[in-house]
Design a binder for this molecule. Structure first.
Ligand code: HEC
Length: 128
């Protein structure tokens, strides 16, 4: 019995430690509830870039397949290639306008380039 309790306690401690070290959580990311995205369940939550996108404010303005305030991620994927990853990551961090119209994308100044690249990697997986 005692041993059972010990094992349980160890498991609980282990899972706590994991949560605290979650690299997906960045201090600058808005911690609102992720919106429901119309992607198939195989893609949902699997790609780290998608998890980051769901954890940030991106889905307020971008949907996967339909244009809202910003272009759909499908359109972005179709327009660019891997050669554009750096430029797109910079755009996520610095914001800007002009490639799709006059509505500017808001900057995400505190976001790490590493995470911005992961988001771009995910978006480019949507290329058809
Ligand atoms: C306030 C609305 C808004 C939010 C929030 C937002 N975007 Fe955008 N995004 C836009 C608009 C508008 C554009 C089109 C900009 C342009 O015309 O160059 C855009 C463009 C983009 C592009 C294409 C850039 C280009 O130059 O073609 C990518 C990639 C992108 N957004 C990713 C993201 C990611 C990832 C997030 C979350 C971290 C995010 N966006 C959050 C509005 C937004």
């Amino acid at each position: 019995m005692n041993r059972y309790i010990l094992v349980c306690t160890a498991l609980i401690l282990a899972s706590c430690g994991k949560n605290q070290a979650d690299p997906n959580k960045e201090s600058n990311i808005m911690l609102e509830e992720p919106l429901v995205v119309a992607v198939d369940s195989a893609a949902a939550g699997k790609h780290k870039g998608l998890a980051l996108i769901e954890g940030a404010d991106c889905l307020t303005c971008h949907k996967i397949e339909t244009r809202v305030v910003g272009p759909s991620y499908q359109e972005v994927a179709d327009k660019y290639t891997e050669a554009d990853m750096d430029m797109l990551a910079t755009k996520i961090i610095d914001g800007g306008k002009g490639n799709w119209g006059e509505i500017p994308m808001t900057p995400h100044a505190g976001m790490s380039r590493e995470n911005a690249i992961k988001m771009v990697e995910y978006i480019l997986t949507l290329k058809k």
